[in-house]
Design a protein around this ligand. Sequence first.
Ligand code: ADP
Length: 519
Amino acid sequence: MFKQAGIRRMPVALKSSVAASVRNHSHLPLATKITLPNGKTYEQPTGLFINNEFVPSRQSKTFEVINPSTEEEVCHVYEGREDDVNIAVDAAEKAFKSGVWSRAHPQVRMRALNKLADLIEADAETVASIESLDNGKAIQHARGDVALAVAYLRSVAGWADKVDGRVIETDSEHFTYTKREPIGVVGQIIPWNFPLLMWSWKVGPALATGNTVVLKTAESTPLSALYVSKFVAEAGIPPGVLNIVSGFGKIVGEAISTHMKIKKVAFTGSTATGRHILAAAAHSNLKKVTLELGGKSPNIIFDDANVEQTVQNLLVGIFYNSGEVCCAGSRLYVQEGIYDEVLEAFKTAAEAIKVGDPFDDATFQGAQTSQQQLDKILSYVKKGKEEGARVITGGERLGNKGYFVKPTIFADVKEDFTIVKEEIFGPVITISKFKTLDEIVDKANDSEYGLAAGIHTTSLSTAIEASNRLEAGTVWVNTYNDFDPQTPFGGFKQSGIGREMGTEALDNYTNVKAVRMRI
Ligand code: ADP
C-alpha cells in the first residue's frame, strides 16, 4: 500500500528572495558536484534539458537553489526564459511530428517508461536524498515519493498499449469507429511540495499516450527532475520527447501557458495560479487545461471510530510532508462523544513526532520548503491566535535556522475563522466539535474547495452515507493521504479540473477521433 500524499501551492508573485538571487552566470558548468548531508557525493545537472542534452539557457542566467533546513545555498541552475521555451517547444514539436514516439508501437513507449522506472529505482537512495535536500521533506517520506513515482511510471507504462477506441453500430450503410490520438506538444507546470512525484504524474500519462512534453519545475525545487533527466536517453526515449525548462512561473510558466504551439497544459499548484493559467489558455489558443489545485479538506471522526488508529491517520493527514500537501486533512471535526479523548490523544501523538533534520531516519516532519512558505504559515498561526482559537500544541517556529514549524493544533475554532477557511499549506490543523451527520456534511461541504475528505468510523452505513454526501474528489475512510497509482485523484469545485492517475489520466492526454464511413 502506498501511504503518500498529494500536492502543493501558494501566491503568484516572483519570490523576491529567489529573484534577488538570479545571476548572469555564463560560466556555470552543466553539472556540479554536490555532497549530500549523508556524506554521499553526486553530480547534479544544472542545464535545461532539451533534445536529450543538458544545455545552458540562451541568456545564461542562473538562479540559486536553497537548502530549506539550513538556509544555505546548494547550487545554481540555469534559468530558462521565453526563448528557451520556444526552443524546447520546437524540439518537442519536431519529435512529435516525426512520429518516432507518437506513432511508434505502444510497446516501445511501454518499454521505455518501464526502463526509466528501473533506472530511477536503481538509484532511489540518491534521488530521495536530492528530494529531501531540495524540498526539506523527511528522508523517510522522500523515499516513499520515489517508490510511488517509480510505481506510477510502471502503472502508466502498462496502459500504453491498452488505449483503444470503439466500433459504434449505427446502420447498415455506415461503418463508424473512434480512436484515441495523442494531442501533440503538452506543457506541464509542477509545484515544489512533491517535485519528483508530480513530475511522474505529469510525464507518465503524457508519454504513455504518445505526446511530447515541455515541463517546468518549481523554482524552489528544480533538482530531482533534472537529475532523473540523465536517464531519459538510456531508457530509450528519443530526443525532443521530454524537455525540462527550469525557471520562474511568471516567465517560463507564462510562456508555456500562452504558447500557441502547446496544445494542452497540465498544472499542479495554487488555485490563484490555476485560474491565471486557465485564462491564459483561453486568451491564447484554447489549449486544453487540467488543474490540480488547493484544498481545505475536512477530516471527520465519528463517535464509533477506533481512536488509536484514527490518531495515526490524523498525523499522516496533517503533518506528513510538513503539511505541504494540497489534500491535507486540515479541518478536523470530532463528534462530541469523543472530542476530549481525541484531543488529548492527538496532542500527545503530535508532541511525540520528531521534527527537524530531514536526513535523520527518525524524522517525521522536516523543513518547510521556502522562507515564503514559512512566513505564510506563521502569519496564519498569528491570525488564528488573534481570532481566538485555542493553541493545544505548537503555534510557533522551531529554532531560528531552517524553515521549521512546530506541529500546531488549534481547538475550539469557529467556521468563519480565516484559519478554517483558507489553505495554510503547513503543519497546522483546526479542530471543532459536531453532533450529527447532517450537521457535519453541511460544514464539511461549506468550502470553495473539494479535493479530499476523511471519514473515521466503524459503521459501514455512516461511511457510505458520508462518502456519498461529501463534495470531494477523494474520500478516505479509516485512512488518509493514501495514494495508489490506479486510483484517480483530483478535485471538485475550485480544487481542479480533470484527474491524475488511474485510466482517467489517459483521457487528459488524448483526443477522441470519430471516423464515419459510408459503405
Ligand atoms: P507558489 O507560489 O507556492 O510557488 P504556485 O501555484 O504559484 O505556487 O506555483 C506552482 C507552479 O506554478 C510553480 O512551478 C510556479 O513557478 C508556477 N507558476 C507561478 N506563477 C505562474 C504563472 N503566472 N503562470 C504559470 N505558472 C506559474
